[in-house]
Design a protein around this ligand. Sequence first.
Ligand SMILES: [Zn+2]
Length: 298
Amino acid sequence: MAARPLERETTVARPVSYDGRGLHTGRPSRVTIRPAPSGTGIVFLRCDLPRPVTIPASVEFAGMSHRATGLVRGGVAVLTVEHLLAAVLWGGVDNALIEVDGEEIPLGDGSSRVFVDLVEEAGIAELDRERRVLRVQTPAWVTRDKACAIALPSEGEGLRVSFTFVAAKPGMRSEHVDFEVTPEVFKRDIAPARTVGFEWELATLREKGLALGATPDEAVIVGENGYVGPARFTDEAARHKALDFLGDIALLGRVSGHFIGIGSGHALNHELARAIARTARRGMRRGTQGTGGAYSRS
Ligand SMILES: [Zn+2]
């Protein structure tokens, strides 16, 4: 059998910027993705502050904000990072410095598409160091109410994501998707799926001042009798939830395994990522890295 070709770490070939508005704050912001050296990972920089603050896209800084994933360090936040993070990492970029001149990442079209386009515009540059992958080696799972997020070992270095979008009301249709995630599959089948909105919640969200930036163009609206308005896929809601899951596990860096979500959302996804990070750290302390630990970097 031929040896697996050596995969090298990557970064963007040149800086690229995108301007837009945040989903929840409705405020304008600009993100700039810049090249970064091996070993950086993906790091955000709040460049609008008198003293700029860097926040690594790591599960240790992750929290929930307005039903989205936020990163907070020392009281400084970057909100709604998941669609951008997924596009950068699963689009093929290991290292990047992402400057943002406000608190919230722009919504784009509610999917990862604008960020995938941005990475393509930048181009991808190979770096010298061999790519490191965090491998799930024993099963891990977290549950809350009827939702569940699971990580299972998989063969090789691959990443597979399965997601079941569970019908919220009787008579509604559940959706299931299952993907072997490569950059091509991510860009074509997952990235274009838009944010999920429930028809019966939109008015309430607006009253609370949330979802100020969303219009029906930027969300797939799920109603009691199916989608309201045009959809990009017949299972767009499940695809978007898989996208959110991928954005959240990107907080572990490049990871391999089979990730399964059943009705899970950001909070549960973070819990799963934390469980994996904890076990990976324990494995490294015991010196079992790459062999007997529950999770290993290889
Ligand atoms: Zn999302």
